[in-house]
Design a binder for this molecule. Structure first.
Ligand code: AMP
Ligand code: ZN
Length: 478
């Protein structure tokens, strides 16, 4: 196998594709802005979730799973949440819990790995207050009328990410005029709460945070003052990411907040902007569980493949036809690889993805393999798993696994075209995690713990093999 070429990523900050050099290859750190939990996530929201899941898997492949830390937050304090909870007559907590539960189930069905941390904004108020205090102390923020605002002109290179001058921003923005604001572009870090609104005690009275400060606080807590990759949809470049950068850099005094800023293009549906009034607003939940879009339910992996076929930075037109085409491919690969034993994978697939996630090239390679010999396609099962978890690993994908009452059994007749079995993914992760813990126990000569984990896995139907080279492989007992 040829050595993997360096990973190249397009950086919005420099507007160019660059070789990716992590700050610390043993701790590669990525933050992606997560959902505001007040309503079902739509298929546009699915795009950053899927794109950054592929990047997460690729980083884990290149640097080792234990050397990558992926943080995707949950925004559970926001005025949209307050309004929706009032509308539905339920508490804020009920609304955010219920919405988050559906979101977690949706992304699992899309075959996405769980991020290492999913911090909630409401659990990071102390960090937000700490950053705001630093900003006030260094002259980058001011308190007025129970509000705290970021003083935009105090930052010399504000606007570097979106490449707009302050004058252009003022001309283009719907500027909120408020008596407590010194400058037109100054934005809210903290605002006062009325009794009925959620609020926390702070040096500026009872109040709640602005949206941007939430991500600065959570990324700081879980990834540090400076980290490697920050991602989200293209709509977040301005003002959200620009303001995150302003807060974090001015609070901690670094030149950057994250080295690489990545943004996915927008999604529209059948040629039109997705909107409730046009009736083309489709949630992930509906796509997976109802026949509303194209007259049938769509497996998560079909949505995933359809989404990845357009380069992540391009706009995407999401159509029923694209879903049908993706389904035909997945069914075909499934038929071609059922019962075929995987061998040594080729590197072309990962090489293509390493070029700023060039999935089209990676997929072309798979089609080439499909034509030449199905065994070669199956040989790539591990790599295909980077994008289509159904194929995630030779030992799990062929034949597929089903789970009954906590035990793993083998279903030799299952095909890849079936609905994605998200539980298979979680079982695989669980096994990988247990093996990592067991290896640590072995390294510490804690044989009792190591044997206990072996037994636990055996009870799940998983047999371990400790190899001479120090690695541990596993297989499902038939
Ligand atoms: P929001 O809930 O609107 O803050 O969006 C959550 C994430 O989904 C952000 O990263 C947005 O940039 C992204 N997003 C929202 N709408 C779309 C869309 N139509 N296409 C692609 N990404 C989107
Ligand atoms: Zn954010």
């Amino acid at each position: 196998m040829s050595p993997t070429p360096p990973l190249k990523l397009y950086n919005t900050l420099t507007r160019g594709k660059e070789a990716f050099v992590p700050l610390d290859p043993s701790n590669v750190r990525m933050y992606v802005c997560g959902p505001t939990v007040y309503d079902f996530a739509h298929i546009g929201n699915a795009r950053p979730i899927i794109v950054f899941d592929v990047l997460y898997r690729l980083l884990r492949h290149v640097y080792g799973a234990e050397h990558v830390r992926y943080v995707r937050n949950i925004t559970d304090v926001d005025d949209k949440i307050n309004a929706r909870a009032a509308e539905r007559g339920i508490s804020i907590r009920e609304l955010t819990e219920e919405t988050n539960e559906v979101f977690q189930a949706d992304v699992k069905a899309l075959g996405c790995l769980e991020p290492d941390v999913q911090p909630r904004a409401t659990e990071h108020i102390a960090q937000m207050i700490a950053i705001i205090e630093r900003l006030i102390a260094s002259g980058h923020a001011y308190a007025a009328d129970g509000h705290v605002l970021f003083d935009v002109p105090s930052m010399k290179d504000y606007g570097r990410l979106s490449r707009r001058s302050l004058d252009e921003m003022i001309a283009g923005a719907r500027v909120d005029v408020a008596p407590y604001k010194r400058g037109d572009m100054d934005f809210v870090l903290w605002k006062p709460s009325k009794d009925a609104e959620p609020g926390w005690e702070s040096p500026w009275g009872r109040g709640r945070p602005g949206w941007h400060i939430e991500c600065s606080a959570m990324s700081w807590k879980h990834l540090g003052e400076v980290f490697d990759i920050h991602g989200g949809g293209i709509d977040l470049v301005f003002p959200h990411h620009e303001n995150e950068i302003a807060q974090t850099r001015c609070a901690f005094g670094h030149d950057v907040m994250a080295n690489v800023w990545m943004h996915n293009g927008f999604l529209q549906v059948e040629g039109e902007k997705m909107s409730k009034s046009l009736g083309n607003f489709v949630t992930i939940h509906e796509l997976l569980n109802t026949e509303r879009f194209g007259g049938r339910k769509w497996p998560g992996e079909v949505l995933r493949l359809a989404m990845l076929r357009t380069h992540y930075r391009q706009p995407i037109d999401f159509t029923v036809k694209a879903l049908e085409e993706a389904k035909a491919t997945i069914d075909d690969w499934g038929r071609a690889t059922t019962g075929v034993s995987p061998s040594v994978p080729t590197a072309e697939f990962v090489d293509a993805l390493s070029d700023d996630l060039n999935f089209a090239k990676a997929e072309a390679h798979l089609h080439m393999l499909r034509k030449s010999e199905p065994a070669a396609l199956a040989a790539n099962a591990n790599f295909i798993g980077l994008v289509l978890p159904r194929f995630i690993s030779s030992d799990l994908a062929i034949p597929s696994l089903t789970i009954s009452s906590g035990h793993v059994t083998v279903d030799a007749h299952a095909t890849f075209g079936d609905h994605i079995d998200a539980e298979v993914i979680s079982i695989r992760e669980r096994v990988d995690k247990l093996i990592t813990v067991r290896n640590a126990a072995r390294a510490a000569k804690n044989w009792a713990e190591s044997d206990r984990i072996r037994d636990e896995l055996a009870a799940m139907g998983v047999a371990l093999k400790d190899n001479k080279d120090g690695t541990t492989t596993w297989e499902v007992k038939r």
